[in-house]
Design a protein around this ligand. Structure first.
Ligand code: GTP
Ligand code: MG
Length: 572
């Protein structure tokens, strides 16, 4: 017991997992059980969302005993998984029960702090203080998450691997989202859903983007969509009768965009004032897609919540997930190329007239289609049954994808299309192939598209003179004829091609490997481009945790009210 206490005292000082008593590495037992249900994107989403609702996140107080916590919780219900980790120098436990009722029962025996002025709010962010320290179960099924190492540590290990293909796979293994990362992402989404759902019925909050599309790197941001119904179930018909009793509700006078902004403002207020562990809440309305941005401390996640374009984000995630699941070389290749692009300053962490990670992913997928490892999307070429491609385009532009059954069927079925099994190229060959492909690609006259187009010429899609200036035309696979790379400037297209040429030359030498590729392509962004970075989006909500006087706050609130009123007024 004494030794254990020493261990804990040291651990509190250093928060280093290496000093802590050894805990067996995490074993995702519940995932193994669920492998049958995680077969499609939707069943994966459903499973993860359900799992998140059966989960609580506990900040472990000083001198805690995880065994004591485990024993306490197992008296409430069956624990399926308990994973320990450190975030922001705090020891935490993510604890999953086998059913939701156990979470409710646990919350019933959870009290509020009595010794401080705190708001009477409840959530599944909890705090645990031990009554006794050092009592450890002899065999306890608690796992400790081993965090993904930093790039510098990974690079050292890469040096010891001789084969480029093995290096790529190792790099992917060590940088992709871990099981805990994924659980935490769905957990935070379920917290947002619960917080907002306490005001508005049928709230759904879905993670999207790299958190779910298999291309997520450990510590990447968490993108979430907020909506009021599970639109995937929208087509489930009621029995045709209108219920006799209906809720009396307020009427919304705002159009979709302004209503979404009004909801986001309410969400920002809710997170800022009432949700434990959510800090640095900002609302960014002037952005192309308005978002609420915040930090969830116990998971150390940077989160963005949006409301508009939620359908396109969901479908895009589903498309990327499906394409990735067709061939196990896709994700490792995307990871290696994204890292190369970051080293070469082809991509940046902030938006600007350069490539984004998302665009880089589309480039990789297009290349893999061109060598027939991945299938093309056929939905615009199929003979339309009820919906024409023009209707699909019109519907997509309006943000209404609910009717395009052709697209939905395509997204459902694409992963069952057999990839070309004769192309067994190694990852090393594919990596070099990517660079050679784009080094020689005629961006000037050809499109880059995941759709099965017979005519690949840019001019077949570009209608207006102004649009002819786009140096690269990367077609949005969900919105045919729309360029998803309008932000790119010509010099960046050219720099991309030159850097591909350099990369291809580096990989031609047998002595060079993945690490030499990263090191030798390393460059910083040209000065003239740094000046062209997009200005940081303006948050209209100051952070209350920084000192702000009440008068200032009132003024800001008034301005916001005026804005909403003005916008509404204009709209009518
Ligand atoms: P990270 O850099 O790892 O965060 O990758 P990400 O894929 O999550 O990118 P990001 O957070 O910038 O965007 C989230 C998601 O929004 C993407 O995965 C896409 O589904 C979608 N998205 C981003 N940029 C665009 C764009 O230019 N056009 C369209 N149609 N969708 C986009
Ligand atoms: Mg993202």
């Amino acid at each position: 017991i004494l030794l254990n206490r020493c261990h804990y005292a040291l651990a509190i000082q250093h928060y280093s997992s290496s000093i802590r008593p050894p805990i067996p590495p995490f074993s995702p037992s519940s995932i193994n059980k669920s492998s049958n249900v995680t077969q499609t994107f939707d069943t994966m989403l459903d499973f993860r969302r359900q799992q998140a609702r059966r989960t609580v996140l506990i900040h472990l107080g000083r001198s805690h005993s995880e065994s004591e916590l485990y024993k306490l919780c197992s008296r409430i219900g069956q624990i399926t998984n308990m994973t320990l980790y450190t975030a922001n120098k705090k020891e935490c436990a993510l604890l999953e029960f086998s059913n939701e009722q156990s979470v409710n029962n646990l919350l019933k025996i959870t009290s509020h702090f009595t010794n401080e002025n705190r708001l009477p709010c409840a959530s599944r962010n909890l705090y645990f203080s031990s009554q006794q320290t050092g009592t450890r179960l002899k065999y306890h099924p608690i796992g400790r998450e081993v965090q993904q190492p930093d790039d510098s540590i990974i690079d050292k290990s890469l040096n010891d691997i001789r084969n480029v293909s093995d290096q790529i796979r190792f790099f992917w293994q060590k940088t992709k989202l871990t099981e805990l990362d994924t659980r935490l992402r769905f957990f935070v989404s379920s917290l947002v859903e619960e917080a907002f759902g306490s005001i508005f019925v049928d709230t759904v909050c879905l993670p999207f983007g790299s958190s779910v599309n298999t291309f997520g790197k450990s510590r990447c941001d968490l993108d979430m969509l907020l909506t009021f119904e599970d639109f995937r179930e929208k087509n489930i018909k009621r029995d045709g009768k209108i219920p006799q009793l209906r809720f009396l509700t307020k009427r919304s006078y705002l159009n979709d965009r302004f209503q979404a902004q009004a909801y986001l403002k309410i969400l920002a207020d809710t997170l800022k004032h009432f949700m434990a562990e959510c800090t640095n809440v900002q609302i960014i309305l002037p952005a192309r897609v308005p978002i609420v941005r915040f930090q969830h401390r116990l998971s150390d996640l940077q989160c963005d919540v949006s409301m508009s374009e939620f359908k396109s984000s969901y479908y895009m995630s589903k498309l990327l997930w499906n394409l990735s699941s067709i061939d196990n070389r896709v994700a490792p290749l995307v990871f290696a190329i994204r890292r190369w692009a970051r080293e070469a300053s082809i991509t940046q962490s902030t938006p600007g007239p350069w490539f984004s990670n998302f665009q880089m992913t589309l480039l990789v997928l297009f290349y893999l289609q061109s060598i027939e490892i991945l299938p093309k999307l056929n939905y615009i070429n199929e003979q339309p049954t009820t919906t024409s491609p023009q209707d699909i385009l019109a519907a997509n532009v309006l943000g209404d994808l609910s009717d395009d059954t052709i697209l939905m069927n395509e997204l459902e079925n694409i992963r069952y299309v057999q990839s070309n099994k004769t192309n067994n190229s190694s990852l090393a060959i594919l990596l070099k192939g990517f660079f050679t492909f784009y080094e020689n690609y005629d961006f000037q006259s050809l499109l880059i598209t995941l759709l099965n187009r017979k005519n690949m010429s840019k001019s077949s899609l570009i209608q207006t003179g102004k649009d002819k200036d786009w140096p690269i035309y990367l077609e949005n696979p969900l919105v045919p004829s729309m360029n998803a790379s309008k932000n790119l400037v010509e010099s960046e297209g050219e720099r991309f091609r030159e850097t591909c040429k350099k990369a291809s030359e580096i990989l031609s030498h047998s002595s060079k490997n993945l690490l030499s590729l990263f090191e030798e392509c390393h460059q910083i962004l040209p000065d003239d481009l740094i000046a062209r970075a997009y200005p940081a989006p303006i948050s209209i909500m100051p952070d209350l945790e920084t000192d702000i006087n009440q008068d200032e706050l009132t003024t800001i609130n008034d301005i916001q009210q005026d804005q909403v009123f003005h916008n509404t007024h204009q709209q009518h």
